[in-house]
Design a protein around this ligand. Structure first.
Ligand SMILES: [Ca+2]
Ligand SMILES: [Ca+2]
Length: 360
């Protein structure tokens, strides 16, 4: 059996090669982790033509984002949670005013703070940002038609800091929550609220099937197995464990299908695959699938680059969350084709993937 370290090195090499190939086929994959929020960079088109993302489009606010006029549209997180909101003339990131948020020592909810609703165009991605300063831990969370996007918590200080999340919104509004994440008496300030469409000008390009080894990605638990593609697969022993983290997503305007070579132990219950954004802030997509006591290709999608942005994480969930069940992911194939058969998936040509299929 090939040592796992060698397998992983080879997988890493192949993945690097594949990413280069994808770049030639459609796009610049880039570093997903650092690029997830950065949409201003150029991508490379199918014919080698530079494709630039457009400048961000500022939206009309349904309420006042710099708090210079008033604080209309902003309310306490829960109607009766005791949070007091006011316009501050003492603290400002922009102009001369900000929103002052005073949370009580006792509260009916674990989080306290303020929220507002912004109208958006359905089916677009948005970059949402606010500036905050003050006391305690705080976070920017957003919600809409497709669940929560929970931004990271930060410790507030006397200096202004930026909280930012990217969110794909299927509905026509996004609710922004600027929250203290522990129930305590504290004051913080909010200013410079921005909800900006993440406008992408992507090539309308077909993407030929490209093969990725799941075990080459961050946070995966590789299990050596000579019968698996690349000599290993990844395993999750509890629901929501990331089987492959920060897979690059093709930057095409066309819908993309993601084929997952999967094996979830048979059990009496249901299964679903979850697609998280590259920063694991929210679930972008979910799809149910039947259990099978062998390797099975799951076709997932359609997914779009507007929805996913630069990268994504694959996790499986099963209900009930039986501890004896394991989920496995061997390989991932991405393409704009929605009709790949198992036989075609097995025999993806070297010319398309750069992968040596004889060694699979
Ligand atoms: Ca201001
Ligand atoms: Ca594999």
């Amino acid at each position: 059996m090939m040592p796992l370290s060698m397998t992983r090195r080879r997988s890493a090499y192949r993945i690097a090669t594949l990413e280069l190939l994808i770049a030639c086929l459609v796009l610049t994959v880039g570093c997903v982790a650092s690029r997830a929020m950065d949409t201003a960079a150029a991508a490379t088109g199918a014919a080698g033509v530079a494709v630039e993302t457009t400048d961000a489009v500022a939206l009309d606010f349904t309420s006042n984002g710099d708090f210079e006029q008033d604080i209309s549209g902003w309310r306490s997180y829960q109607p009766d949670d005791g949070t007091v909101l006011s316009q501050s003339a003492d603290q400002a990131y922009s102009g001369k005013h900000s929103l002052k948020v005073e949370t009580p020592a006792e509260a009916p909810t674990h989080v306290q703070g303020t929220n507002a609703t912004y109208r958006v165009t359905p089916g677009e991605g948005y970059v949402i940002s606010v500036r905050v300063k003050g006391e305690g831990m705080a976070a920017l969370w957003c919600t809409g038609a497709n669940g929560w996007t929970r931004g990271n918590k930060i410790a507030l200080t006397p200096e202004w800091q930026e909280l930012k999340v990217r969110r794909f919104e299927a509905g026509n509004s996004i609710e922004l929550h600027v929250l203290g994440t522990t129930p305590e008496k504290r004051t913080f300030y909010v200013d410079d609220v921005k909800v900006v469409m993440d406008a992408k000008n992507l090539p309308d390009a077909e993407v030929a099937p490209v093969w990725f080894e799941a075990e080459g990605y961050k946070w995966s638990m590789p299990i050596a197995d000579v019968s698996a593609s690349g000599g290993a697969y990844t395993e999750g022993t509890r629901p929501e464990y990331p089987l492959a983290h920060q897979l690059p997503f093709p930057q095409t305007a066309k819908p993309v299908y993601v084929y997952l070579k999967s094996w979830v132990d048979a059990h009496a219950g249901t299964n679903a695959v979850h697609v998280w954004d590259a920063n694991n802030l929210g679930v972008l997509f979910q799809q149910s699938f039947p259990a099978a006591a062998k390797w099975t290709w799951i076709k997932m999608g359609p997914l779009t680059a507007k929805q996913v942005d630069m990268g994504f994480t694959v996790a499986y969930v099963w209900n009930p969350p039986d501890a004896s069940v394991k989920a496995r992911l061997d390989a991932v194939v991405m393409t704009t084709r929605n009709d790949l058969t198992d036989e075609e998936l097995k025999n993806i040509e070297i010319a398309e993937s750069g992968y040596d299929s004889k060694k699979r």
